[in-house]
Write a protein that binds this ligand. Sequence first.
Ligand SMILES: Nc1ncnc2c1ncn2[C@@H]1O[C@H](COP(=O)(O)OP(=O)(O)O)[C@@H](O)[C@H]1O
Ligand SMILES: [Mg+2]
Length: 244
Amino acid sequence: MEEGPALTRGRDGTGIDGLDALIEGGFQERKAYLICGEPGTGKTTFCLQFLLKGLGQGEPGVYVTIDEKPSHLIEDAQSMGWDLAPHLDRKELLILDASPYFTNLRLGKERELDVRQIVSDLGKHMKSLGARRLVIDPVAPLIFKEEGQAVVMEYIRSLIFSIEDNLGCTALFTSHMVTGSERLSRFGVEEFIVSGIVLLRIVRAQNRYIRTLFVRKMRGTALDLTEYSFDIVRGRGIVLRQAV
Ligand SMILES: Nc1ncnc2c1ncn2[C@@H]1O[C@H](COP(=O)(O)OP(=O)(O)O)[C@@H](O)[C@H]1O
Ligand SMILES: [Mg+2]
């Protein structure tokens, strides 16, 4: 009997040197992924590389920042040797500051976030660019205390679902991992919903610290569960090295 065509989704290259080979070519198209790690582990660098990879092959992208001003992101990219200005000028890259959506919630003026409004606004921006890649860094802001958690969990859940259902893009969400904690994401829901999880860490190895990357979950993909060390190199960003 002849075999039919494999029903596999197309893959989007991650832009990280050495990573695509470990995950059957990249992230599955139009799926959502979580990039987890403590501050300084390289999440923003990872996301920038992902968008730059798309831009390099004619795929526009949108970067949503919440805890960081767009101007800071542009400066950070500059320090890595990446000039975002031409992409912004050509309107193939858009950086959006989503913090206003959270302001009233933080001030206690509103009890819930209107995720449909957020996704609808985001959708309009993405459509105007023809965006194929989306980054939301971080998926939930740092500002919430315990009492805000139920609201934020519901927001994250519906945000991820409606982005996968409605926006037709491959999306990365970042999540702060609490220092010293085994929990990957701050609220614990993101891990279950997304199609894959990449964990970035800084770990002690003998008398020094090294950066590591571990693909913890990737639906539809055979994983070897090896943790790799990596460097952050100006001009190249995250560069995978050997297994640790
Ligand atoms: N120009 C650069 N060259 C090499 N490494 C850099 C450069 N700029 C930043 N880094 C490294 O990248 C790290 C920050 O990564 P970042 O992606 O911002 O982390 P996160 O978003 O997880 O907080 C810094 O702590 C620094 O070590
Ligand atoms: Mg960051």
